[in-house]
Design a protein around this ligand. Structure first.
Ligand code: AP5
Ligand code: MG
Ligand code: ZN
Length: 216
């Protein structure tokens, strides 16, 4: 099973990805999580990526595509994978297609979590994330059991630096200009499926399972 999760910032890609990855036993690959890990470890990639991420801009395709190709070459991706936050530009989508075509493979599904803009600011400014395992919480909609601690791994949960109102607005603009065209792209590739992302987290997951199938 090879799946892409599409959707604006705050749509719930990361939240659904955790459940999908568990349910279907495929690795969850989030380019945002990879960049954030590198930023916290102050690697050269992290230092470079931070310049863009803190301003709500996309990290250049040249960097991003190589990272994903590397990750997809790992052994655990042989059984399938779930991409969260990649591709985000048509150039990234094309690079992914060529990479898979060279192995006589292709994606199975591009799943759009559809959420209108007026839901997003609340979701983003109330979000808390775990930098160790990538789990995502919300102070109102999905609080952690112990305040400030991750349910999954017990690490501290924090507010992302790019989750302030000004940067969220910038990210939404970038999404409209650079990522939204992928909806049409995957529609033409006959891979697009859409779920209503405004419902409760478990209801969204239910719709996702209806699309992906009840079996592993
Ligand atoms: P990335 O980390 O991918 O951020 P994003 O796309 O902006 O998406 P988010 O992670 O903000 O939202 P999400 O959809 O995962 O929502 P979540 O599940 O957390 O990218 C960050 C940056 O890295 C980019 O800006 C860019 O600079 C760079 N980058 C990454 N990939 C790149 C690429 N391919 N190319 C170039 N640059 C790249 O949910 C949000 C909140 O809502 C949470 O609090 C959650 O608890 C809550 N919530 C979720 N679902 C529901 C629901 N159904 N009801 C109520 N609340 C909900
Ligand atoms: Mg995310
Ligand atoms: Zn955690």
């Amino acid at each position: 099973m090879k799946i892409i999760l599409l959707g604006p910032p705050g749509a719930g890609k990361g939240t659904q990805a955790k459940s999908i990855s568990n349910r279907y036993d495929i690795p969850h690959i989030s380019t945002g999580d990879i960049f954030r890990k590198n930023i916290s470890e102050e690697t050269p990639l992290g230092v470079e990526a931070k310049r863009y991420i803190d301003n709500g801009q996309l990290v250049p395709d040249s960097l991003t595509i190589d990272i994903v190709k590397d990750r997809l070459s790992d052994e655990d991706c042989k059984k399938g994978f779930l991409l969260d936050g990649f591709p985000r530009t048509v150039a990234q989508a094309e690079a992914l297609k060529v990479f898979l075509q060279n192995k006589n493979e292709g994606m199975d599904c591009a799943l759009l979590i559809d959420v209108p803009k007026d839901f997003i600011l609340d979701r983003m400014t109330g979000r808390r994330v775990c930098l160790s395992c990538g789990a995502s919480y919300h102070i109102k909609f999905n609080p952690s059991k112990v305040e400030g601690k991750c349910d999954v791994c017990g690490s501290d949960i924090i507010q992302r630096k790019d989750d302030n109102e000004a940067t969220v607005k910038e990210r939404l603009q970038v999404y409209d200009n650079q990522t939204q065209p992928l909806i049409n792209y995957y529609n033409e590739e006959k891979l697009l499926k859409v779920v209503d992302g405004t419902k409760a987290i478990n209801e969204v997951f239910d719709s996702v399972c209806n699309i992906l199938g009840r079996d592993k």
